[in-house]
Design a protein around this ligand. Structure first.
Ligand SMILES: [Mg+2]
Length: 404
């Protein structure tokens, strides 16, 4: 079997997605997600100009060899653009291999290690009463765990608190320049323990509660927050510091028993080496889409398993259903699965990417279709062309740019 076509499809059914479609001489097709939020077209160029021509004529069964040749052969290794492009190729090859075998991908990864995949959903509120309503809504949808993010008194906009329209639906700011949000770390550190106290008072001790600090704290600030949250037993504190400085987590770890989750912006195992071998974290958060695909993420999870660290694949709405499907197959197969972030996609996105995975009673399952189980409707995709859109920028009250 040989690859005869490699095509990149960009579509924006409400937000931008980049998809690689490989076709073989036997008529099998494979899909891979290459979406890099806010930098989508850089990956399109990487794939179209530099990778697609190399794939023509290759045997799609050679997943490992193709991965290694794209990673090592480029000379310029790592980075989100490179690794999103390699991820798309890797997942598309796994899709073809599993279709050729007539099996859902998880069967090729060792088969199911569990019956279904536990998720957490996002609860957001501009203030605590609104957050409590949002938690209630997630629980009504069946989510077994909830990430809680609240507006901070004195701040206009806060990470994780999405604008909503009259119906309560999320409003996406699809625009050519980033929004500017404001930030005050001291106000945040004062407010978050009270948010946890209010949610625990309303929903009891058993509900797993997660919180994302979005890389905004120094190590000593993160240590303070971890200690302050201990009485409320969070499931985890996510991305408390900008963790490309792996040593920062040593101070946090020494100071608190609050579990730590890190890694959604990481691209390779090298970003995690000290974090894993020194057991500084409890969950690894990388996405199939941004970590070079199923092949290296499986290796990361196996490495993490030696240290009792568990998986928690990043699952925001800017991971396409193709990337989400690959994640769900991996979640079902790996022994050290922890939890899967899941928000779902809009009905229009689900129409562009028809998928076999299901979300029932707060749990995902990849389904039994051969491959990853996603079909791309190219006609519908073409009806929703790329529209420039960016994540916000974060500034302190004096105008200084802060981590977003
Ligand atoms: Mg996060």
């Amino acid at each position: 079997m040989k690859i005869v076509d490699a095509k990149v499809v960009v579509t924006s059914p409400g937000r931008n997605f980049v998809t690689l479609k490989l076709t073989t001489d036997e008529g099998l097709t494979g899909l891979g997600d290459a979406t890099l939020n806010g930098r989508e077209l850089a990956v399109v160029s990487y794939l179209t100009d530099h990778v697609a021509p190399l794939l023509i004529g290759l045997d799609p069964h050679r997943v490992e060899d193709t991965w290694q040749s794209l990673y090592r052969g480029a000379y310029w290794r790592r980075g989100p653009v490179t690794m999103a492009a390699i991820a798309a190729v890797d997942v598309a090859l796994w899709d073809i291999k599993a279709k050729a075998a007539g099996l859902p991908l998880y069967q090729l990864l060792g088969g199911a290690s569990r019956e279904r995949i536990g998720t957490y959903g996002h609860a957001n509120g501009r203030d605590v009463p609104e957050l409590l309503d949002s938690v209630r809504a997630r629980l009504a949808e069946g989510y077994p765990a909830v990430r809680i993010q609240s507006g901070i008194p004195g701040l206009k906009a806060v990470y994780g608190v999405t604008d909503t329209d009259d119906t309560g639906a999320a409003v996406l700011h699809q625009q050519a320049r980033p929004l500017v949000e404001d930030w005050d770390t001291a106000a945040y550190l004062r407010h978050v323990p009270a948010v946890f106290e209010a949610v625990r008072a309303e929903f009891g001790a058993e509900l797993p509660l997660l919180h994302d600090a979005h890389h905004r704290l120094t190590p000593i600030q993160a240590a303070r927050l971890g200690k302050d949250l201990e009485p409320y037993r969070p499931f985890w504190l996510e991305d408390c510091t900008p963790a490309e400085n792996q040593e920062a987590l040593r101070l946090v770890r020494r100071s608190t028993t609050t579990p730590l989750a890190v890694g959604e912006v990481f691209n390779t195992v090298y970003d995690y080496q000290a974090l894993i071998t020194e057991q500084l974290i409890d969950y690894v958060r990388s996405a199939v889409t941004h970590f070079g695909g199923v092949t290296p993420l499986r290796k990361l999870f196996d490495f993490a398993a030696q240290y009792q660290i568990r998986s928690a694949i990043h699952g925001p709405e800017d991971i396409s259903p193709v990337g989400m499907a690959a994640a769900v197959h991996l979640d079902l197969a790996v022994h050290n699965f922890g939890i899967q972030e899941y928000s779902g996609h809009s009905p229009l996105t689900d129409a562009v990417f028809r998928h076999a995975y299901t979300f029932t009673d707060g749990h995902l399952h990849p389904g039994e279709e051969p491959g990853i189980g996603v079909e791309l409707d190219e006609e519908l995709a073409a009806a929703h062309p790329y529209a420039a859109a960016y994540l916000p920028v974060n500034r302190l009250h004096d105008g200084t740019v802060h981590d977003w």
